[in-house]
Design a protein around this ligand. Structure first.
Ligand SMILES: [Fe+2]
Length: 287
């Protein structure tokens, strides 16, 4: 009889409010159910999990994504594949600035990206995103993660009272990294969600608006909503609520789009950056 014992791992917090590194796990191996539950709990507690030093195949990445829910179908099959890849499994998307014949092979190729929640402009936004680094530039391209819980808990009560119970409108042009940036494809989507979201697993409330995609408050004139939203963005992006991840090759990151937002710092366009991305489908409409 095989006795299943929980794989031991260490959880090391990376900042006061957000981010933890899970040490001692090789995701090529299949953790038992109890280990998966413990990883899930660490994720709920820390919002962003770093699994360093991984050597994942595409199958490994798909399997690890499944520990956190149902694999999202988002994909954008590339015209050209980077060296070492002849195909991509469904659900895996390339984030890359590598160019073939002058065209980027992946999505969101260049530069800085403002704070955002992935897919907030959809009716049921992605629950989680996983990003696995294959090639990184020598500097920059860091990912900043901000805790929406910490921002909500410490928000100026006067601002919070005016926005409590309100809904915000989100708009996004696929492929853009800055607000009002119409580069990329013409496809876009728009949706409204509560300004403060209650997380269905933890019951905690988080700021659920962001500088890149939130364009207004439902039933509130822009002259009133703009200063309020800017106050929330400025507060939510304060360094004290943020963990900045400096990538190493082999890092797998997992983040919770229900209670955190993220941004990217600039990096040299002359250097290659290649990441594999998967998403976990949302299960509920934000409330
Ligand atoms: Fe993102």
């Amino acid at each position: 009889m095989t006795v299943m014992t929980r794989t031991k791992f260490d959880v090391v917090a990376l900042s006061k409010h957000i981010g933890a590194e899970i040490r001692g796990l090789d995701l090529r191996e299949k953790p038992d159910d109890e280990t998966v539950r413990a990883i899930y709990q660490a994720w709920l507690d820390h919002l962003v999990i770093v699994f360093p030093g991984q050597k994942l195949s595409q199958e490994d990445l798909i399997r690890a994504t499944g520990y956190f829910g149902e694999l999202g179908e988002l994909s954008r099959p590339p015209k050209y594949f980077p060296k070492g890849y002849s195909s991509l499994l469904p659900g895996i998307m390339l984030i890359s600035n590598i160019r073939e014949n002058g065209e980027p092979i992946g999505a969101l190729p260049d530069g800085e990206m403002m704070f955002h929640h992935d897919m907030i402009h959809a009716e049921v936004p992605s629950k989680a995103t996983l990003l696995y680094s294959v090639e990184i530039p020598s500097t920059g391209g860091n990912t900043l993660f901000a805790s929406g819980y910490a921002a909500y808990d410490t928000l100026d009560p006067a601002v919070r009272e005016r926005l409590e119970g309100r809904r915000a409108t989100h708009h996004y042009n696929y492929g853009s990294t800055q607000k009002g940036d119409n580069r990329g494809t013409v496809a876009f989507a728009e949706c409204t969600h509560p300004v403060f979201r209650t997380h269905e697993d933890t019951g905690r409330k988080a700021v659920y608006v962001n500088r890149l995609m939130t364009v207004g408050i439902l039933d509130m004139p822009p002259a009133q909503s703009e200063p309020l939203l800017n106050a929330v963005f400025d507060h939510a992006e304060k360094r004290e609520f943020v963990y900045e991840h400096v990538w190493r090759v082999g890092d797998l990151l997992l983040w919770d789009n229900r209670c955190s937002s993220h941004a990217r710092t600039d990096f040299p366009s002359s250097e290659r950056r290649l990441m594999l991305r998967t998403t976990v489908k949302g299960t509920v409409r934000p409330y």
